[in-house]
Design a protein around this ligand. Structure first.
Ligand code: PDD
Length: 281
């Protein structure tokens, strides 16, 4: 496959970045992960809108307009044979001549990097066969601007690794007694057929998949409320789901080594995932 770096499509081993890049020195950058199914980028404009917002929030000059980003992402998919793949897109503040926390002055050109990875099976197609996944709860140790899709992911990495080390696929994060999100996903609970998910705030990433799930619930008459989820409501939930662009909507059937509901993917999840699969086709 090809990667894209600062204006060129290259073989990955030919791509070179300076160690003075602020992405390397400070994790000073933002990113997106955009899935493509059958060669078509999924909710591309929503992802690009979030990217533009992340860039603006950290004052990195946006190197492309919307049409330019669209074209670049589409070229990236084409350069990697189309099909089912996720495009990873990263922009850092660029290469400065000295290590200084403050922005380079005068500003330098941002570094733009894209790569792609195959999505093994269209995740949605295997949704109805799943037996669910395990998660654990952990304290949300991240910063106060989780709405920015920053490449500074050390807390997320440590949290996810703790989950993996305990045999779980995801960490469900708790801050001040409330569920925020997963280490790399958004979280939903279901009580008596009613779906809850935390509202948009600086404490969560506004997930593209999250927003789609809320839309699909509304469209198909599944009760859904954007509201905070206290820790106790997580533990007495009939169902828990986590969502992300590359994994779709996964039912969490074990939490902290205890079954969620009856320990199997729930009825509300089955209904939602049917609509979800239909939507994605
Ligand atoms: N992560 N919350 C966090 C902290 C995330 O990192 C992600 C996605 C999400 C879900 O957002 P979306 O539905 O737009 O993918 C929520 C990506 C996939 C990643 O870091 O690889």
């Amino acid at each position: 496959g090809k990667v894209y770096l600062n204006g060129e499509f290259l073989d990955p081993e030919r791509a070179r970045i300076s160690p003075m890049d602020r992405g390397f020195l400070f994790a000073d950058g933002v990113y997106e992960v955009i899935p493509a199914f059958n060669g078509v980028l999924f909710r591309l404009d929503a992802h690009l809108q979030r990217l533009e917002r992340s860039l603006a929030e950290v004052s990195i000059a946006n190197p492309h307009d919307r049409a330019g980003w669209r074209r670049l992402c589409e070229e990236m998919v084409a350069a990697n044979g189309g099909g089912n793949l996720s495009v990873y897109l990263q922009i850092t503040r660029g290469v400065a001549d000295k290590r200084d926390h403050a922005f380079p002055d005068p500003p330098v050109a941002p570094t733009v990097f894209l790569t792609s990875a195959p999505i093994p099976v269209p995740a949605a197609d295997s949704l109805h066969q799943t037996r669910g996944a395990a998660a654990i709860t952990l304290a949300d140790t991240r910063w106060a601007r989780c709405d920015i899709k920053s490449i500074s992911l050390l807390p997320n990495i440590l949290l996810r690794q703790q989950a993996v080390a305990s045999g779980a696929v995801e960490a469900v994060l708790l801050r001040e007694g409330l569920v925020t999100e997963g280490a790399a996903s958004n979280v939903f609970t279901v009580h008596n057929g009613e779906v809850s998910t935390p509202p948009h705030s600086a404490r969560i990433l506004g997930g593209i998949t999250r927003d789609l799930v809320v839309e699909l619930c509304r469209e198909h008459g599944i009760p859904v409320v954007e509201r905070e989820i206290p820790e106790a409501r997580l533990h007495d939930a009939d169902e828990i789901w986590v969502s992300s662009s590359t994994k779709d909507v996964v039912p969490i059937t074990r939490l902290n080594d205890r079954p969620v509901g009856d320990g199997r993917p729930g009825a509300t999840w089955k209904t939602l995932s049917r609509h979800y699969i239909q939507f994605k086709r």
